[in-house]
Ligand binder design. Structure first.
Ligand code: AMP
Ligand code: ZN
Length: 114
């Protein structure tokens, strides 16, 4: 069995509060939310990080972005606004080595991030 926790969530071996999923992607609530809306969107197929972009094809990357856009609309935050974050590598703050997009919304998000 994969040691990667997001692969385990993607295969339903580890429980998560799943928002939606299809053949390619899964969206689930972050276990430690930092905003009223804090969803993670992952490709089900393992990719380490955005730096491993060559491992996923551009069409799939595009579908992932559209998926997050539609999810934000379905959650009713498209009008109020939201932020997408893809922490990448050590200095980017990535702690789980499986590509994921944070969808953050529901409060005023400050800039710059810490
Ligand atoms: P990052 O720091 O960008 O790698 O983000 C990883 C995120 O995964 C963090 O916000 C964690 O709270 C979240 N996380 C870690 N383990 C789990 C889990 N089992 N279920 C849901 N979210 C998780
Ligand atoms: Zn994985």
């Amino acid at each position: 069995m994969s040691e990667c926790i997001f692969c385990r969530i993607a295969s339903h071996a580890l429980p998560a509060k799943i928002v939606e999923e299809d053949d390619e992607f899964m969206a689930f609530h972050d276990a430690h939310p930092v905003a009223p809306v804090h969803i993670l969107v992952i490709p089900k197929h393992h990719v380490d990080s955005l730096a491993q972009w060559s491992a996923i094809d551009p069409a799939r990357a595009g579908r992932m972005l559209i998926k997050v856009r539609d999810l934000a609309a379905n959650l009713g935050v498209a009008e109020s606004g939201y932020r997408l974050v893809v922490n990448t590598g050590h200095e980017g703050g990535q702690t789980v080595s499986h590509l994921h997009v944070h969808l953050l919304a529901g409060r005023l998000l400050l800039w710059p991030p810490g």
